[in-house]
Design a protein around this ligand. Structure first.
Ligand code: HEM
Length: 203
């Protein structure tokens, strides 16, 4: 932080350090908390997107065949991975005023858990929601990056990383296939693999 303060560059942290509103900048604590948030929010989530994508595509070889025939669908496939197996399973909100959500009264101050993964399988939004389909027209309508004021800052970066990462691994290793022993992390909010053994060699 001190190095960047002395020598700011063209990057997010330098901009946060030099940002001023009505003459005031972020405190040291706020800067460190934001840097920590961006690192944590941007790293494991994308790792999970790649792992979940590799698992889904190797388990659905016909979908991989579709992508080989129509590589322009890779961007859509990343959104379908995000919809079907979201790296962030749930988040939460504190209720600002007494209200009713889906017929359930919620009082001001109550915590509401929003299960993004469940919303992504809403049959009123997605036809045949339990099918993994890289050609799905409205795959992008998922809520895996949240919604509203706190919508993910890194959504477009994550989509790019996901597309480049998945596309590259499947084109460099066309024989990539799953081996036994995959294990999920025992986490409740983030959803990804602790181990995902695969073979890269031809059969
Ligand atoms: C596949 C990858 C990613 C997923 C699934 C994801 C998911 C999410 C979700 C669901 C939220 C909203 C949380 C809420 O409203 O309670 C969020 C917020 C956020 N994400 Fe991401 N994220 C990803 C990648 C990234 C990357 C790459 C970065 C940064 C480089 C990032 C930075 C952030 C930040 C800073 C917030 C907080 C925004 C705010 O509160 O205004 N995320 N993300």
């Amino acid at each position: 932080m001190n190095a960047l303060r002395a020598n700011p560059g063209d990057n997010l942290l330098s901009r946060l350090i030099t940002a001023r509103e009505d003459g005031a900048g972020l405190t040291e604590r706020e800067l460190k908390a934001t840097a920590g948030l961006v690192l944590a929010a941007g790293f494991e989530t994308t790792v999970n997107l790649l792992g979940n994508g590799i698992a889904l595509l190797t388990r659905h070889p016909s979908q991989l065949d579709t992508l080989r025939a129509r590589p322009e669908l890779w961007g859509n496939a990343v959104d379908e991975v995000l919809r079907f197996d979201p790296p962030v399973l749930l988040t939460g909100r504190m209720c600002a005023r007494d209200t009713t959500i889906a017929g359930v009264p919620v009082r001001r101050g109550q915590l509401v858990t929003t299960v993004l993964a469940a919303a992504n399988r809403d049959p009123e939004v997605f036809e045949n929601p339990d099918a993994f389909d890289v050609t799905r027209q409205n795959a992008r309508d998922h809520v895996s990056f949240g919604a509203g004021r706190h919508y993910c800052l890194g959504a477009q970066l994550a989509r790019m990383e996901g597309e480049i990462g998945l596309r590259t691994i499947f084109s460099r290793f066309p024989d990539l296939r799953p081996l036994a022993g995959a294990r999920r992390r025992p986490t409740r909010i983030l959803r990804g693999f602790e181990r995902l053994p695969t073979s890269l060699a031809p059969l």
